[in-house]
Design a binder for this molecule. Structure first.
Ligand code: IMP
Ligand code: MG
Length: 176
């Protein structure tokens, strides 16, 4: 597949505005209770870095996970697994997972299921982009940056074959 073009979809300014609004929502929901925020590597890294710095609540701890990637997980039969797990127990904690994009829903269905089984006090999901057309696992995000029906997007952490993560805007990637 040859890449045809990059077309800006959400500008850095659009993203910054949404991130600030999401952070305000998150602050509102959790108040001053301690919160463990988990970044799903690698795609959510930039979103995570911006959102945690926009929060005003005290008592935040951070951790990271990585689950098997898109290429291996885009068929209904595919099996998702941990490449890296969190380093702390989740039991009794308020846990907020930060993900870049939900597509079929398989990755987050796996991760949220695994995390729920560890008895957190609460478990919520914040996603930068909720892409709906190919959804087949019943995953619902509690905080959504942007809704998108279809298309392949890159930038602001999102990649195609590990490229384009550094772009400040989110762009649609069209293939020749
Ligand atoms: P899911 O398991 O099908 O929901 O896929 C989720 C993962 O696929 C995301 O965490 C991304 O890493 C990747 N992905 C899905 N759609 C896109 C896209 O449009 N651009 C970049 N990565 C994507
Ligand atoms: Mg991802």
């Amino acid at each position: 597949m040859n890449v045809k073009s990059l077309t800006p979809l959400f500008s850095a300014k659009d993203i910054a505005e949404r991130v600030n609004l999401l952070a305000a929502e998150i602050d509102h929901v959790y108040g001053d209770t301690p919160l463990l925020i988990v970044c799903v590597l690698k795609g959510a890294a930039i979103f995570f870095a911006d959102i945690v710095r926009a929060l005003r609540k005290p008592h935040i701890t951070l951790d990271f996970v990585r689950v098997s990637s898109y290429g291996m997980a885009n068929t209904p039969e595919a099996c998702v697994s941990f490449l890296k797990d969190v380093e702390v127990p989740l039991e009794g904690k308020d846990v907020l997972v930060i993900e870049d994009i939900i597509d079929t829903g398989q990755s987050m269905d796996f991760l949220m299921g695994q995390f729920a089984a560890r008895s957190p006090r609460s478990l919520r999901l914040a996603v930068l982009v909720d892409k709906t057309e190919r959804r087949h696992a019943a995953v619902r995000a509690d905080f959504v940056g942007f809704a998108l029906r279809q298309g392949f997007i890159v930038g602001y952490g999102l990649d195609y074959a590990e490229q384009y993560r550094q772009l400040p805007d989110i762009c649609t990637l069209d293939f020749a």
